[in-house]
Design a protein around this ligand. Sequence first.
Ligand code: ADP
Ligand code: ZN
Length: 722
Amino acid sequence: MYAQVIVDISHSQVDKIFEYSCGDDVQVGCRVKAPFGGRVVEGFVIGISQTPSFDVSKIKPIKEVYDEQPALIPECFSLMEGIASRYRVPKAVALRLFLPSEMRLGRVNEVYTKYIRLVNPDISLNKAAKKQSAALEDLKAGDREFASFCARFGRPAVNAIIEKGGAEVYKVRRARTPMKGEEDEYVPVSLTPAQRSALDYIENSQKTVQLIHGVTGSGKTEIYLSYIAKVLGEGKTAIFLVPEISLTPQMLRQLRRRFKGQAAIMHSGLSAGERFDEWWRLRSGEARIAIGARSAVFAPLENLGAIIIDEEHDSSYQSETAPRYSTIDIARMRAENNGCKLILGSATPSVESYICATQGEYGLIELPERINKKPLPEVVIADMRGEVKRGNNSAFSRALREELSATLSAGNQAIIFLNRRGYAKTVMCRDCGYVAKCRNCDVSLTYHSEENCLKCHYCGAKYHMLSACPECGGRHLMYGGTGTQRVVSDLRELFPSARILRMDNDTVSGKDGHYKILSAFGKREADILVGTQMIAKGHDFPSVTLVGILDADMSLHFSDYRSGERTFQLITQVAGRSGRAGEKGKVVLQTYSPENYILRYAAGYDYKGFFENEVRIRKATLFPPYSLICRVMVTAEEDAPALEALKQVYFAVDALRREDEKEFIFFNKMHSPIKKLQGRVRYQVLMRLRTDKLLPQIYDIAVNASTPRALAYVEENPANLS
Ligand code: ADP
Ligand code: ZN
């Protein structure tokens, strides 16, 4: 028999199918070791044939077969083709997505843990070999886990006692299941009429993709879980995707309670071994629901009955490393392959998705009311202009101070939310709310401290720093927002007896650092939680009745064509944290531009108003989805090879442009706004195109310009142009 193999090397020159002879222990989907160019490499078997396709005398045999049961499911191969052609990556790179990385690199001892045990305590040891005799002595007390044993006594000593016959290593299959602790019983709820009709609609719709637009607390999660339960009842499997940050202990508990061992949960808090075991439980059919962040879209499930993407607008669904895939695109391919539904849900769908729904490409389900008709929290807009002039230098407006003190004296909790995205800083006048914008592009300028200038990330234009506001002449210019530290110290001064927790990148360390802070807040160990984006999503704190949003403007003026959309989403999300249980919630939104329409729509929970307005602007200014922003990044350790590749990309794209000038709204090459990152220089060719028709050619240009010393790659509508 002959196996068609893709070797696991990420290089376009070996992106071919190679043939080897093999025995009948090799199946399609197995990982193998095969001789390749004088060494032995890992590979994936993608086909088996009885006859060779070329000269038998030149065919080499496969060296080793890793898998008894194929690691890759049959669907991988069509997805591999789809991903490789859409994102122009070698097939091997596409296949890697389907395996836990620990498994590929052989870093996980599969499902086994190694132990060491005593065989003969009386072997003769050299008197000088103190470590060996200590190791042997230790084993007399009982078997030890091998890795930690080696760490204690050193690998040479351990090897020596094994070689002399004093000890031996054995393996134990161990399920490192992350499901710990006893589960409470799941008590079914009866669905509301709105939830019922949503499920009926999905059931009866002919369309593959269904969008649920439901306000926070409208019962979307219950719809997802009921649909999953239905699919499982039909003997099928399901994938449930959420942003990583929403995989809170609360959410995990809910899922385990409902689905028990049927659910495999993949999140960054798991160890490599646990991740592998969860993956294996799915592959072997023991578990039938994959729950996780973006990468769980590649879960090894056959016979899929549903894919669900919660918070579908979330930017974490866009991969930022190669292949730069969109999770929704991949999920759609899989839903189509399996003839099942892809359900997208959000309180604030992305403009792109909502356009698809209004145009009839997606099914659309609207849930405008919260469960039990609980009112949405009232949003108060606090005008920050002039607070400085009135002598208020703190981060808090009077309105927010008063609400905070009322909340604390009622014994409730409050969340103070600060907007932080990356390192970008905009310049704003604290007297009138003026924000510095690019004359060419109508996006906010970003302050670059190292060059002490303002830059436009969309066209590369540079501007001098401002010393006074060009609108009102005021001199209270603010660069970026207020830091969490400052906010906490202001709070301590205003409310000395309040217990305050702070959550941002500085206080959250370790994988479950932020779970710890959230759970402390959930247990009411603090009255006020101060935090950044991390606290915006998915948490259910029943005692929170006040949310304060400081600097709503900071994301509004982020230099991104989506900044309005992001601000609307963020405010809606954060506001949704208030008043989820008993009492009615309140939100105070502090801003320097109280008349801004995005804030007005957000305060009125008017998604449709926001959407229609946003679509009008995007059409008029030719921003996505009415154009495509395409950036070819070139990075390298040194300038010369980067410039060489940049030149090649630039001239090749320019040749395309000369054939079809109308297609290009904007085109230029430049330093990327951040000139150097992690030791690599960064250049870019940036373009805005009317359609995506040239995209395949641009991907090819990037692949062809890449060299061993310079990497060129394409980003489509990148979330961050720095
Ligand atoms: P969303 O996902 O839209 O934000 P959830 O599904 O979290 O909303 O529901 C909001 C709240 O309503 C949750 O506390 C949930 O337990 C409760 N809930 C949802 N569906 C029902 C139902 N059918 N009956 C009673 N309570 C429900
Ligand atoms: Zn510009």
